[in-house]
Design a protein around this ligand. Structure first.
Ligand SMILES: [Zn+2]
Ligand SMILES: [Zn+2]
Length: 338
């Protein structure tokens, strides 16, 4: 079968890969769609953790082709989305319910072969059958939405809160909709790219601003008044993390959600954190939120209406990564059988 193999930083090819037989607890998935996100770009650039050589791709879905002998609850023909994050179940963190912080966490498409291939071998526990009412086009969004669901839990939004979302990409716009669902009354999205700002408006942001425009900072302060109750940085840059701390009100929450490059730092004035009594939280992957992400998508409470999606065959992976890195489209999807 054809697969996108990541060998080492900047070394990525479509190869002819062999596929071993299905083990008892696994399912063989015919991959219909695999999303690309910033993490894939970072992995290929060598600035995000991974264990190559691997087949890239962690946001994927498809049809079960074959089930191992011990698999229960799944059958050939089922349409499934794949949760890529596999915890060990026995380390300190797993035994305290913090499966996403597992000391031995491995991920499909990061540490073991993932979804940018015609077929993928998936531990059955990682495969979630989609409900009938959920359109299959939404399947590659389950993984990013599951991460955002964990993020919204940690952001601790209350009814009537003012929320600033920094970054209006896929994650920012999912987060915006989840913040609204969580009761936020005023949501501002900061995004430098025009078509993403337009999308944020379409999907229900109360205000949208280009952070690079003259007077942007004053405009944010005009919107948030004393400061935002919650600021969620979905961009993962030093300057956006700095802004997030600045825009939060006294007693507010700052969530660092976007994946910043390893080693990048910002100066934080401890006295400011103390005096503002800030809560600064991180949010990492998707502990037990995959099922809820499916529920959110199936209910239509998070929408992608009019979302510009660009689809590529496996051979288009380099173009797709470039389009993702440059923000030319909202979401790139690899379709291995197109
Ligand atoms: Zn991702
Ligand atoms: Zn563990």
């Amino acid at each position: 079968m054809r697969a996108v193999r990541f060998e080492r930083a900047h070394d990525l090819h479509v190869v002819d890969a062999s596929l071993r037989t299905v083990r008892e607890g696994e399912v063989l998935v015919k991959v219909e769609a695999c999303g690309i996100c910033g993490t894939d770009v970072h992995i290929v650039e060598g600035v995000s953790r991974s264990t190559p050589p691997i087949v890239l791709g962690h946001e994927y879905a498809g049809v079960v082709e074959e089930c191992g002998s011990a698999v229960q609850g799944l059958a050939p023909g089922d349409y499934v989305a794949v949760d890529p994050n596999i915890s060990c179940g026995t380390c300190y963190y797993c035994r305290r319910g913090l499966v996403h912080l597992c000391a031995n966490l491995r991920a499909l498409g990061v540490d073991i072969d993932g979804g940018m291939a015609e077929f993928s071998l998936v531990p059955a526990a990682q495969a979630y059958r989609l409900p009938k009412e959920m359109p299959h086009e939404l399947a590659p969004f389950v993984e990013p939405v599951s991460c955002a669901v964990h993020g919204i839990d940690k952001a601790n939004i209350h009814a009537g809160d003012t929320v600033v979302i920094i970054g209006g990409g896929t994650i920012g716009l999912v987060m915006m909709q989840l913040a609204r669902n969580a009761g936020s009354s005023h949501i501002l999205v900061l995004e430098p790219i025009g078509h993403k700002r337009a999308m944020a408006r379409t999907l229900g942001a109360d205000a949208v601003l280009d952070p690079g425009m003259v007077g942007a900072e004053e405009a944010v302060h005009d919107f948030v008044g004393v400061g935002a109750d919650v600021v969620i940085d979905c961009a993962g840059k030093a300057e956006t993390a700095r802004s997030a701390i600045q825009f939060a009100r006294r007693g507010g929450t700052v969530e660092l959600f976007g994946v910043a490059p390893i080693g990048q730092t910002i100066p934080v004035e401890p006295n400011r954190v103390y005096f503002k009594e800030l809560t600064i939280v991180g949010s990492y992957v998707n502990p037990n939120t995959f099922d809820r992400a499916i529920a959110v998508l199936a209910s239509g409470r998070v929408r992608f209406d009019g979302f510009p999606i660009t689809r590529f065959p496996l051979e288009g992976i380099h173009d797709a990564l470039q389009a993702q890195a440059e923000g030319r489209t909202m979401k790139c999807i690899i379709q291995p059988h197109s």
